[in-house]
Every structure is written in structure tokens, then in C-alpha cells.
Design a protein around this ligand. Structure first.
Ligand code: UDP
Length: 338
């Protein structure tokens, strides 16, 4: 089997860490990214960290002709890992059309070209948002998918459905849908990490920017939830562990016979509250964070964490890092940024 893998969004947060792990595992990633949510120097960093030359194409995944030039140059690629997408829940409410066009449009371009070039192995970036507000906080892959409460969430459900229908219709795809819980942290080298644009929406980048003095204070969104300490509970997973799961998923798809479309939860299996994140961040980095308790944020799920037994068993994958390391790495990364 050829070791080339096309990675859309390969300069992004999860994409860049996955490219590193693919190289470590002997794959030859080919990145497609147009830097709308990254920077060209991330490619240099990927090469520095991996000590390898990485092929890269500056292309918008909605542009079928441009993406086809990449497939034409690499018709022998073993598979595609598709990260390229918009990811901000709040922004999606303001710009629904942009979210559907980009997230759903890009997926259709990729699946069509995979069919044309007879590339079978596909790994898709999905999200635990597909479970909505679950009846029980711990969810496995059989937990029902719920009606989305944001355009972002709906694009993930829609993309999963399109992939399932495409697989059922053509019977050639070997597809894996990876449902991420909350990715946090950065590369241990502090050379790669998240680059939020403007004011961060996510908890950990907001914390690191507050610790650095870029933001005045963190607001904890609600302390009256029915949870361990009243704040929301999530399953925070180190981005490098998440990246390694993509390699495991790709290998699983390559080694499994037949055509399929299978979902996997990617989380640690452990729930952590917002206050626990703040306390751990303060302890591991030996600093005090300026924060206050504020009102609830609209649309937040009370608590959700993964039953990741399926990924642990079937993909032979487990998390190696805990939140302490993730929060230390996130801070080390933040300190390198201007
Ligand atoms: N959160 C918070 N303050 C912030 C950002 C996030 O209290 O400035 C909380 C949010 O309410 C949620 C958790 O942190 O309970 C994780 O939020 P994030 O946006 O990172 O991920 P989500 O789980 O919403 O996808």
C-alpha cells in the first residue's frame, strides 16, 4: 500500500499535529490548506518538528478544480484525512450559509474526487456535538444523534450522513467518522499549537491568553449546573493523543476488508469541570488566573464525556496524556507566541 495520505486542513490545529504523527508512523502526508485559519510558518514548524520535507498545496477545498490538481498529482494516495472546515459554534449562527458552503461543500468535493480517483480510505473530523444534550452524560457511539442547535453542529451531522449515504450507494468507501470531544494542549516541543483568530471562544486558549495578559479575565460560564462543582463538565483530550488516533483509524481502515462507514468517539473517558481545569492550570504552571463566575452561555451542554471503549479496543489506541500535561503544554505554547 502506498504511504501517501492527503490531509486537508493539515496546517490547522489538529491537522498539523496529525501530520507529525503520520510522518512518525511512516506515512507521507500531502497537505492541502489555504491558511484561512492558520499561518504559512506552521508548515515550516511541521518540517522542523518532524525533520522531514512535507508536500504542501495552498488550495481552498471548495474549489474542485484546484483540489483535483492535487489528486491528479497523487492518484496513488492511500487515503484522505479531511480536517478542513469552520469550527466556531457562535460564528456559525451568524454565518450559516458560509458554514454549510464550506463544511458541506468541501466534503462533497473530496468524496467526489475520491470516487473519481478510486481512493477508498477516508477519515473525517466529526464532533461529539452530534450527541447534543444527551440523556446520560457518558455517551458511546450508539447514543442517538440529536437535532443540532447550531449550523456548525448541523454541518457535522450532515457530513456524517453524506459520507454514510455515499458509502452505502457506491460500496467502495472505507470511512471512519471520528467524533472528537474537547481537544486541548499543544505539541510537547512548544513549536505547534492552536492559533485562535481574535477573541478565543474555547476555554483553554482563553485561559492561556488571560494568563499572558492579553485578556483581562476569564469568565466561567455558569456555576449553577447540576455537576460536581456547578460548572460544565467536558472530556478534554490532548491534541497529540487525538492526532495519534487518526493514524490508528487510518491503519484500521487500510487493514479491514469490505466497505464500511464507522463512527468512533475520541475522548479520555474522564469528565473534568471548568473549575477543575482552572485549578489544574494554576497548579501545573504555578500561577494565578484572573477569573470570575458569570452567567451561563446559551447553548452549552451541562455535561458530556466519552465512552471511548470502542476506539480503545478496535483501534488499539489509548490516551497517554492527562489534563495536567495538556495544560502545561498549552501554556508553554502560548508563551512562544508574539
Ligand atoms: N467556557 C467558559 N469560559 C470561556 C470559554 C468556555 O467557562 O471563556 C466553558 C464553556 O461554558 C464550556 C467549557 O468551558 O463549559 C468548554 O467550552 P469550549 O467552548 O472550549 O468547548 P465546547 O465544549 O463548548 O465545545
Amino acid at each position: 500500500m502506498n504511504k501517501k495520505v492527503i490531509v486537508t486542513g493539515g496546517a490547522g490545529y489538529i491537522g498539523s499535529h496529525t501530520v507529525i504523527e503520520l510522518i512518525h508512523a511512516g506515512f507521507e502526508p500531502i497537505i492541502i490548506d489555504d491558511f484561512r485559519n492558520s499561518k504559512p510558518w506552521i508548515i515550516d514548524r511541521i518540517q522542523e518538528v518532524s525533520d522531514a520535507k512535507v508536500l504542501f498545496y495552498e488550495v481552498d477545498c471548495q474549489d474542485k478544480d484546484a483540489v483535483e490538481t492535487v489528486f491528479k498529482a497523487h492518484p496513488d494516495a492511500a487515503g484522505v484525512i479531511h480536517f478542513a472546515a469552520y469550527k466556531a459554534v457562535g460564528e456559525s449562527v451568524d454565518k450559516p450559509i458560509a458554514y454549510y458552503q464550506n463544511n458541506v461543500g468541501s466534503l462533497c468535493v473530496i468524496l467526489e474526487l475520491m470516487e473519481t480517483y478510486k481512493i477508498q480510505h477516508f477519515v473525517f473530523s466529526s464532533s461529539c456535538t452530534v450527541y447534543g444534550e444527551p440523556k446520560s452524560p457518558i455517551v458511546d457511539e450508539l447514543t442517538p444523534i440529536q437535532k443540532a442547535t447550531s449550523p456548525y453542529g448541523d454541518t457535522k451531522i450532515t457530513c456524517e450522513k453524506i459520507t454514510e449515504f455515499e458509502q452505502a450507494s457506491k460500496g467502495t468507501l472505507k470511512a471512519i467518522l471520528l467524533r472528537y470531544f474537547n481537544p486541548i494542549g499543544a505539541h510537547e516541543s512548544a513549536k505547534l499549537g492552536e492559533l485562535p483568530q481574535g477573541i478565543p471562544n474555547n476555554l483553554v486558549p482563553y485561559i492561556t491568553q488571560t494568563a499572558k495578559g492579553i485578556r483581562k479575565e476569564l469568565t466561567v460560564f455558569g456555576s449553577d449546573y447540576n455537576t460536581i462543582d456547578g460548572t460544565n463538565v467536558r472530556d478534554y483530550i490532548h491534541v497529540v493523543d487525538l492526532a495519534k488516533a487518526h493514524v490508528a483509524a487510518l491503519n484500521y481502515a487500510i487493514n479491514k476488508s469490505g466497505s464500511f462507514c464507522e463512527p468512533f468517539n475520541l475522548g479520555t473517558g474522564k469528565g473534568t469541570s471548568v473549575l477543575e481545569i482552572i485549578q489544574t492550570f494554576e497548579t501545573v504552571n504555578n500561577l494565578k488566573l484572573n477569573y470570575k463566575i458569570g452567567p451561563r452561555r446559551a447553548g452549552d451542554v451541562e455535561q458530556i464525556y466519552a465512552n471511548a471503549n470502542k476506539a480503545n479496543k478496535v483501534l488499539n489506541w489509548t490516551c497517554q496524556y492527562g489534563i495536567a500535561e495538556a495544560l502545561e503544554h498549552a501554556w508553554n505554547w502560548e508563551k512562544t507566541l508574539n
